[in-house]
Ligand binder design. Structure first.
Ligand SMILES: *[C@@H]1O[C@H](CO)[C@@H](O)[C@H](O)[C@H]1NC(C)=O
Ligand SMILES: *[C@@H]1O[C@H](CO)[C@@H](O)[C@H](O)[C@H]1NC(C)=O
Ligand SMILES: *[C@@H]1O[C@H](CO)[C@@H](O)[C@H](O)[C@H]1NC(C)=O
Ligand SMILES: *[C@@H]1O[C@H](CO)[C@@H](O)[C@H](O)[C@H]1NC(C)=O
Ligand SMILES: *[C@@H]1O[C@H](CO)[C@@H](O)[C@H](O)[C@H]1NC(C)=O
Ligand SMILES: *[C@@H]1O[C@H](CO)[C@@H](O)[C@H](O)[C@H]1NC(C)=O
Ligand SMILES: *[C@@H]1O[C@H](CO)[C@@H](O)[C@H](O)[C@H]1NC(C)=O
Ligand SMILES: *[C@@H]1O[C@H](CO)[C@@H](O)[C@H](O)[C@H]1NC(C)=O
Ligand SMILES: *[C@@H]1O[C@H](CO)[C@@H](O)[C@H](O)[C@H]1NC(C)=O
Ligand SMILES: *[C@@H]1O[C@H](CO)[C@@H](O)[C@H](O)[C@H]1NC(C)=O
Ligand SMILES: *[C@@H]1O[C@H](CO)[C@@H](O)[C@H](O)[C@H]1NC(C)=O
Ligand SMILES: *[C@@H]1O[C@H](CO)[C@@H](O)[C@H](O)[C@H]1NC(C)=O
Length: 415
């Protein structure tokens, strides 16, 4: 029994670390007919409190996930169509669908997690089941067609984040199999029509180095009211070590985040703001900011990277939720033009270039006055110091010259 439990935790840890690459197939049926079918891979990033501080649990939807028939529904009773899948010890993911005559869409995502499950939430400070829900997500397709999104997409669900990839689904199905007509998501269209820009997207090519300086991208997050609540302008470079397929060894790669192949999303509330950058090849970079309401200071407290590049032998995930970068005051933006290296985990660090970011109290879509980083102030200091030194030197030379002149005048007088 003990060993079985240990083995189960091991499997769960493996899932948590690498994400289960297999897609799970789920079906909601009523009578003999299928109304919702989904094949998908999903992973969850869930923050929680422990006595030693805030932590984040990373969980993947395991192969053993099953449809919770009691909570799922085809909507024949007038309610919404719902697919609920249960996994592990009291965890569940739900997708609610709505349709009008021509289109169906996911109305919201719900996530239920069990803080009492110590294999997922070690040392959790709370216990019992927590339920969170998202507002509308951009998953939709015409009726009688299936939705396909192989690329990864991440959605904020409460303060958790859900990432889907290898997704094919259909609701309000006319038959029992996914309709052959496919509605392909934007991310997939972009990655098939556009040339790969992130070095990570090159197929079976050697790892993406050297990278050069990254382009500066503009990113923003809107809250549920449709107002911009987080603004960022920055160049980002990932410094990540992974096991390379092409080189058959673990390598260190520098990959620039390509702004035009990156989609921002996220969430904001009074004391937490999250920016999620989703790129090609299941690349998701999450930046979490925390506001200390007592001191009215905010800082970058959490960074997580997930990636599944074609050169990787296994997907990677690296994160840290006890960081303290980009300290600034509420009502101000934070700026750093100099290159900054943010150490996150042994396998991952993030380099930032020409950065300005404001995660709280954004008014009228504009950055507030900036507080500049120490590096920039030091850079400003160098010209000042050099200038002062030069001025001093000129003064010394001038004085020496004047004294010299006076001496020589005196010399003439003695003759
Ligand atoms: C389901 O299918 C079985 C066998 O095909 C059939 O006997 C049964 O009547 C069907 N039930 C419904 C509700 O259609
Ligand atoms: C629970 O977490 C909060 C926030 O991290 C902390 O303030 C509190 O002391 C914790 N409670 C216990 C019983 O550890
Ligand atoms: C939550 O997890 C605990 C410990 O694994 C388990 O005893 C409990 O039944 C779970 N709760 C639910 C609702 O499944
Ligand atoms: C269904 O919704 C879409 C998007 O909201 C809209 O463009 C379309 O006209 C609607 N169709 C019907 C029949 O209401
Ligand atoms: C999700 O959407 C469905 C359909 O619009 C609605 O009935 C349900 O209340 C929503 N659930 C949450 C938690 O918002
Ligand atoms: C979808 O297919 C069903 C059965 O093939 C048909 O009755 C229905 O009219 C179709 N709906 C649309 C919007 O094309
Ligand atoms: C993205 O930007 C790069 C560099 O400016 C450019 O070469 C590439 O074509 C752009 N890709 C897209 C999809 O716009
Ligand atoms: C949305 O707007 C209302 C009214 O202006 C405000 O009370 C509420 O706090 C806003 N919600 C968010 C998430 O900003
Ligand atoms: C990438 O990370 C490695 C290991 O921390 C470090 O030695 C190297 O200097 C970093 N490279 C860049 C360009 O940041
Ligand atoms: C990869 O490296 C290992 C040991 O370093 C070697 O045994 C194996 O044959 C190599 N595989 C390939 C495909 O080169
Ligand atoms: C918030 O700031 C106050 C005052 O600087 C400090 O005492 C407190 O520990 C901070 N709280 C957190 C959660 O960092
Ligand atoms: C997270 O960051 C902190 C502060 O930089 C560091 O002390 C800690 O070792 C990091 N944790 C991991 C797992 O890398």
């Amino acid at each position: 029994m003990e060993r079985c439990h240990a083995f189960a935790s091991l499997i769960f840890a493996w899932f948590s670390l690498f994400g289960c690459v297999q897609a799970v197939t789920l079906e909601v049926t009523e009578g003999n007919s299928t109304c919702i079918k989904a094949e998908l891979s999903a992973s969850f990033s869930i923050p929680y409190d422990t006595p030693s501080g805030a932590k984040t649990a990373l969980v993947s939807l395991p192969d053993s996930a099953t449809v919770d028939a009691g909570s799922s529904s085809c909507g024949s009773g007038g309610g919404p169509s719902r697919l609920v899948t249960a996994f592990g010890s009291g965890h569940a993911l739900g997708l609610s669908f709505v349709a009008n005559g021509s289109l169906y869409r996911v109305a919201n995502l719900t996530l239920q997690y069990n803080l009492s499950d110590a294999s997922v939430f070690p040392e959790a400070n709370g216990s019992g089941v927590v339920a969170v829900a998202s507002s509308s997500v951009g998953i939709w397709a015409p009726v009688n067609s299936s939705y396909r999104c192989v690329s990864s997409s991440t959605f904020a669900v409460g303060d958790a984040a859900v990432t889907f990839w290898n997704m094919r689904l259909e609701a309000y199905m006319p038959g029992s199999d996914l309709s052959p007509t496919e509605s392909v998501c934007m991310a997939d269209k972009a990655s098939t029509t556009a040339p790969p820009t992130t070095a990570g997207t090159t197929t079976a090519a050697p790892p993406p180095t050297p990278a050069g300086k990254p382009q500066q991208g503009n990113y923003s997050v809107t809250d549920s009211n449709g107002t911009v609540c987080l603004l960022a302008r920055m160049g980002l470079q990932l410094n990540v070590s992974y096991s390379s397929r092409s080189q058959n060894k673990t390598i260190r790669a520098l990959v620039n985040v390509a702004p035009n192949a990156t989609t921002p999303s996220g969430s904001c509330d009074a004391t937490n703001a999250t920016l999620i950058l989703t790129g090609a090849d299941a690349t998701t970079l999450t930046l979490g900011f925390t506001l200390n309401a007592t001191s009215n200071k905010y800082h970058l407290s959490a960074i997580t990277l997930q990636a599944d590049w074609s050169d990787m032998t296994a997907p990677i995930r690296a994160g840290n939720n006890s960081l303290d970068y980009m300290r600034s005051s509420l009502g101000r933006s934070y700026m750093c033009n100099a290159e900054q290296t943010l150490a996150v985990a042994p396998t991952f660090s993030l380099n930032t270039f020409r950065l300005q970011i404001q995660p709280f109290q954004v008014a009228t879509d504009r950055f507030a006055a900036a507080e500049e980083c120490q590096l920039d102030q030091d850079h400003m200091l160098i010209p000042i110091v050099v200038g002062a030194a030069l001025a001093g030197l000129v003064l010394v030379v001038l004085i020496a010259y004047l004294i010299g002149r006076r001496r020589s005048h005196a010399g003439y007088q003695t003759i």
